[in-house]
Design a protein around this ligand. Sequence first.
Ligand SMILES: [Zn+2]
Ligand SMILES: [Zn+2]
Length: 186
Amino acid sequence: MSPFPAATLQVVPVGDTAVPPWLLDELAGRMAARVTLGAPLPVQAGWVDAERGQMRSDAVVDALIGRANGRSDDPERHWLLAVADADLYAPGRDFVFGEATVGGCCAVIGLARLRTQGGGDPGLFRRRVLAEAVHELGHVAGLPHCARERCVMFFSATLADTDRKGFEPCQACAAALQGLGAKRSA
Ligand SMILES: [Zn+2]
Ligand SMILES: [Zn+2]
């Protein structure tokens, strides 16, 4: 995969989420960036809807943006990816696998739903986590959704979509990523 246009990526656990160590290794291998584990983001009042048993993805992203803006380095080059061991939702949606600021700094993925429907298999779970992480980071880089169902930037409405698309971009998205990278580092 072409390098993402970031200098560093901080992977941020939400609450007491145990971030899988291989996620950092996989992302470091895919990005021309230093990948580190950041301090946990405390779960705030109002993030979790107890009745739904779900967490608001937009609230997590807002908190990440707050953290990014509180630092002195350029948020466009220093990204944050939150990982929540939760089922995420956004207003008007039953659930989301993740959310990102397109062409921004910040994204979140949720792990709980990726464990269902065969996700007890460690290999499948790992591929799903990676697909959703790369997808959201593609948005952070500035990529929109892609109509090719085997491209990582294809929109996942279901886990079957996630399992089909895998974690590699199509040629067009890889080329677009490279262009966005050149633009950002110029
Ligand atoms: Zn998307
Ligand atoms: Zn594509």
